[in-house]
Ligand binder design. Structure first.
Ligand code: HEC
Length: 161
C-alpha cells in the first residue's frame, strides 16, 4: 500500500485507541447499511468491480447532480446492460479527494455519503449517522510518502551563494 498506517489500519492491527468512539460507530454503520457489499475488501473498492450507480433514481438528486446523464461502461461497450455501471472507487484517502462521483458534482464528503445511502441503499441517514460515517471515512486517510523535490546543481559562475 502506498499510504499505510491510517487510523483504521492501526485499529485493525490491534491499537484499539486509533479510532474514536464516533469513528467506530461509523465503521459499524457502514457494515450494517451494506456499503461494504460494494465497497468491500482492504481498499473498500470491491477489488475493482463495476456496479450500477444510481441504483434508485431520485428525482431531486438527479435534477441537482445529473448522475444519470453519463452512461458509464456502456459508453465504451455500447451494451445496454452496462448502462450506468461505474467502477467502485476506493474509500481510502476519500477525505482528500473531493469533488465526488464520476462527474465531480458533489463537493463534500458529507453530501456524498447521504447521496450513496439514498440512491444505492434507499436509506435516509440522520445527521448523526452521516457525521459518524464521515468521521470513520476520515480514519481511512493514510500516511503519504515524503516527497523530496530535486535540487538543480549550481551552475558555476551563475549562482549567487
Ligand atoms: C450497489 C453498490 C454500492 C453501494 C451499496 C454503495 N456504493 Fe458507494 N459507490 C459505488 C459506485 C459504483 C460509486 C462510483 C459512482 C460514480 O463514479 O459516479 C460509488 C461512489 C462512492 C463515493 C464517492 C467516491 C469518489 O471517489 O468519488 C463514496 C464516498 C461512497 N461511494 C461511499 C459509500 C457509502 C458510505 C455507502 C453506504 C452508505 C456506499 N458508498 C454504498 C457503489 C456502491
Amino acid at each position: 500500500m502506498i499510504t499505510p498506517n491510517s487510523p483504521y489500519d492501526k485499529f485493525v492491527s490491534g491499537d484499539k485507541s486509533a479510532l474514536s468512539a464516533q469513528q467506530i460507530r461509523g465503521m459499524d454503520k457502514v457494515a450494517e447499511l451494506g456499503c461494504t457489499s460494494c465497497h468491500s475488501g482492504a481498499a473498500f473498492n470491491g477489488a475493482g468491480v463495476f456496479q450500477k450507480f444510481p441504483v434508485n433514481t431520485d428525482g431531486y438528486l438527479e435534477a441537482k447532480f445529473h448522475f444519470s446523464k453519463d452512461k458509464g461502461v456502456a459508453e465504451v461497450s455500447k451494451k445496454a446492460d452496462d448502462e450506468h455501471f461505474w467502477k467502485v472507487p476506493t474509500l481510502r484517502n476519500i477525505a482528500l479527494t473531493a469533488p465526488y462521483f464520476h462527474n465531480g458534482s458533489v463537493a463534500t464528503l458529507d453530501e456524498a455519503v447521504k447521496v450513496m445511502a439514498k440512491v444505492q441503499l434507499n436509506k435516509e441517514l440522520s445527521k448523526d449517522e452521516t457525521a459518524d460515517i464521515v468521521a470513520f471515512l476520515n480514519g481511512l486517510t493514510g500516511e503519504f510518502p515524503k516527497q523530496t523535490l530535486p535540487t538543480l546543481p549550481a551552475t558555476t559562475g551563475k549562482t549567487v551563494n
